[in-house]
Design a protein around this ligand. Sequence first.
Ligand code: Z16
Length: 832
Amino acid sequence: MDARYKSRDIERRSLDVDGLKRSFLEWLVYSVGKDARAATRRDWFHTVALAVRDRVVDRWMDTTRSYYQEDAKRVYYLSLEFLIGRLLTNSLSNLGIVDECRQALDRLGLSMEDVVDAEPDAALGNGGLGRLAACFLDSMASQGLPGYGYGIRYEFGLFEQRFENGWQVEYPEQWLQFGNPWEFARPEVLYPVQFYGRVEEFRDSVGDRAYRWVDADRVLAMAYDTPVVGYGGDTINTLRLWSARATRDFNFGHFNDGAYMKAVEQKILSENLSRVLYPNDATETGKELRLKQEYFFTSASLQDILRRYLQHHTTFENLPNKAAIQLNDTHPAIGIAELMRLLVDQHALRWDDAWEITRATFAYTNHTLLPEALEAWPVRMIERVLPRHMQIIYEINAKFLNRTKARADGDNARLSRLSLIDERGERRVRMGNLAFLGSHKVNGVSALHTELMKQTVFADFHEEFPDRINNKTNGITPRRWLKQANPALSELITTRIGEGWISDLSQIAALRDKADDVVFREEFRRAKRKNKKRLAAYIARQTGEEVLVDSIFDVQVKRMHEYKRQLLNVLHTIALYNEMRDNPTVSWVPVTKVFAGKAAPSYHMAKLIIKLINDVAKVVNHDPSVHDNLKVVLLPNYNVTAAEIIIPAADLSEQISTAGMEASGTGNMKLALNGALTIGTLDGANVEIREHVGPDNIFIFGMTAEEVNDLRASGGFNPREVIASNPSLKRALDMISTGAFSPDDRNRYHPIVQALTDGGDHFLVTADFADYCRAQEAAMHLYRDPEEWTRKAILNTANMGWFSSDRTVNEYAGEVWDVHPVHPNHDGEGFR
Ligand code: Z16
């Protein structure tokens, strides 16, 4: 059907207060189906979201139409995770109608905060990698770049964390329970995805060997689209998430009642594919369902990308000029074999042509060097689940190994390191090697991480392809992480330097001068204090604990992981507690230690660390002898929304991973941008943060990545000796091991003490302890001088402009994707 009209025939929704108010009432009554008197907070949230979504749709269609009409090169960001958080404030803010909406609600006697708080978090990610994807979506739309996100519409996002008796307990996160007003279901955008079965060889029309994948199970991928509103509302991009739907194919062969019910059961089970996000951050579990999720969304996305390309083209040689596909980690790396399969098996391209197109289209981002996080699927599993892909991987591998130098030199060790197949023990496919080989560009996420990639996991590949590895230091969107999360500070900034910083964060450098202005410092402190009050109220609500607003808010918020060394922070907390008890007459700087973060449900050590923090909090917070000078809180269920409250209130930002282990970090950037001083190691992007904020405005401590490497190469160290020579460390550890924090179970923390002593202290907690305490003392000392502290805090905010994800995305656009901004035509002339 082809209706004839111009888009200007559609009445565009008004953005003023009256229009919004009218729209709210219409949506409430006619779509939510409630009377204003009966409407709950959630009803109002749905009402407002649907009315706001109206204001996005026409611009969204304009954007999509402009991309189509210009046949623009698009970038496709394939990611198993998008950690989006709430969207209401984000949409309003990017459309520029926050105040209008507040007033419209006001006229209805409603509070904007109440409405905003009724929105659940879209937590379709674990941590940094997923949040980075969400920041990139915001930045691509805000830069006018034709960028699409592709992922999975998990029915259950990252689990909800509660503490029961101090232990982490996981509950399902049912974010879709009451419906999702932001998404548009596209039941007609449906692609088949196959699993299992076998491969049949046959002769094609010209007598060449060809293959088809037969007798496979089929699942359908159905699209749900969420508009991604760019800043200013000019560009509205698309996040397309796939949901698994059963097919209607039936085995009519044995059609009787029993077989019918059995077949339907199978159909129901096939929809489990998109049920739940795997809760692992930087560790892979190797579960078959996870491999199927990876292939499911990758295959559907590639089919969709090729369909879009074929609207304008009849051959594939131009695919790399029209599509850039970015692999967010190796999770979608099976896409390299899948694109080869689609091109060779379904579109009859010659292998070498298909390979050239594939390599020119894909690029791969690596996010970790941790060996336990590098995906390596058992060959036996891929053979069974994706038999044709296993053949293709073998073929890619054989062709590659045949022409490497290593073969010529007879260097078999090197050859086996370059192989896509790890032959040591159970044979496995190294997804990192596949991603590297199938991409024209491979990047790390900070300068240090990229250097280490070249020296370690990809050393052989780097030698083979010296131009392929490049660095793209991560960034964060200033819209969510400063403008929206920190209205107090962002309004202050705007009154002083204008609002240009919101879309060009480099302009925030204009605040540098203001660091020496006493009036500005006072106002900067006032903004921070307001945020600290907000956090204190949140802490009281969440934990029942009262904290001093004038204490140092010392914040460590991130996933719980041994390499991130929450334990180092806990040991310092205990040492400080002891010092305060020993010296009750000293006038201490009050300190509030704020922790938050989830542990992977199967990561026992991380869960034990959670229990330890809660146990330490119980003892410290109720000990009158420290006179409220020290409080410890572990906030439950850290997510994007909690981060938006915690981060603007932080004084001190804990970025204390073992050097060489944190690929980049992005929380470090959010905290520094919001005026927290960093206490950190020279790891990940901390190195670059130091360069930007200046060494005087950051507390760096601990071993460098090189020193860590040398120490490990020389056989490690003896933590027992380090502990024996440091009385405060020894005392803190003794307290943990003798049950000072666990009188009900004195052996509870044996595994932790063991890991830090006889276990060899793999993460060098004891080795860095003394220098960490020195840096902590320097921070506490500085905090006594509010003017100096504030001056440095301002310099942090002023010098963080480079860490905008706009900068990151522009670097990708120029150096990896070759995509350019498109300016959508909003004049209403376009044909629909
Ligand atoms: C993840 O969040 C990260 C790496 C990884 O292999 C898997 C997941 Cl789910 C993180 C890194 O740990 C962090 O350093 C980095 O800042 C972030 O990815 C984004 O690059």
